[in-house]
Design a protein around this ligand. Structure first.
Ligand SMILES: [Ca+2]
Ligand SMILES: [Ca+2]
Ligand SMILES: [Ca+2]
Length: 272
């Protein structure tokens, strides 16, 4: 067995390429449409679709409260009363996409509810144990690290749009949470080494007076300061004739695409 390692396209990319956009979802038409579930997909990045509806019936709507440009609405008021039938949750997958020490999530969020206690909307980061930005019925927002750390970081106003931006640095074991562009939390990320999925969810408590909207969801990989290379994108290859590191798989092959601040290279291993 011999392996030929070839480097393709050692081109220079721009200085800003240290950050790569993975998701850019504005729930606009197409691919989304008003009155329907958000469109799911696994297309090339940046994706304008979500990955999966975990449960419930989140709907793309013309407007919701402060979000007037076709947002996604989560609605826990729909009957019947039940653990999952009223609750709505969507997921964005990060596995198989370019990975890095740093991830940035940004979203507009609006919540309306007459409840006065309990958690009513959550943005989860699954590592796989969860880290979460939690919106509580009393108007407070928490940073929750697997319930080991669960601290208030700010407030939101019912029915008023708030911009949430989360910057995770896995290597530094740190996450920073910005609320309306104000740094509101800067702390440990609980030693997590990866982020597999991001979820947006209303609680699974059944039919409750909770509605929430999100729009302009952005997920990027790469540290904002440009530190750290982006790598590990897995591209499925339609062949079983390739060998990589002496191992052979029946399923589609995956090769790494290595991207750095100064250039990129595609490494292909071929059997002769
Ligand atoms: Ca929109
Ligand atoms: Ca619902
Ligand atoms: Ca909490």
């Amino acid at each position: 067995m011999s392996l030929l390692i070839s480097l393709l396209g050692a081109g220079v990319i721009t200085a800003n390429a240290a950050s790569i956009l993975l998701y850019d979802i504005d729930f606009g038409t197409p691919p989304h449409s008003v009155g329907n579930l958000p469109t799911t997909g696994v297309g090339p990045i940046p994706r304008d679709t979500i990955s999966e509806i975990k449960f419930g019936n989140p709907l793309v709507v013309a407007s919701f409260s402060d979000l007037t440009d076709q947002p996604l609405r989560f609605d826990n008021t729909d009957p019947p009363v039940g653990a999952l039938t009223s609750s709505d949750q969507i997921q964005l997958n990060l596995n198989g996409l370019p990975s890095n020490n740093c991830y940035t999530l940004e979203s507009e969020v609006v919540i309306t509810s007459t409840l006065t206690s309990g958690r009513i909307f959550t943005i989860f980061f699954d590592t796989p144990t969860f880290r979460a930005v939690e919106f509580n019925a009393d108007g407070t927002i928490d940073a929750n690290v697997f319930s080991v750390i669960d601290v208030p970081i700010g407030n939101y106003v019912d029915g008023t749009k708030i911009n949430v931006k989360v910057i995770v640095n896995l290597a530094a074991d740190n996450w920073k949470i910005f609320l309306n562009n104000l740094l509101s939390h800067d702390g440990t990320f609980g030693g997590a080494t990866q982020i597999n999925t991001i979820r947006f969810s209303t609680p699974t408590g059944g039919s409750l007076d909770i509605q929430a909207g999100i729009d302009n969801v952005l997920v990027s990989v790469g540290c904002p300061d440009g530190g750290g290379a982006v790598g590990g994108e897995l591209i499925p290859l339609d062949t079983s004739a390739l060998l990589l590191a002496g191992a052979q798989m029946n399923a589609a092959w995956m090769i790494p695409v290595i991207v750095s601040g100064i250039g990129f290279a595609i490494v292909i291993a071929r059997k002769f």
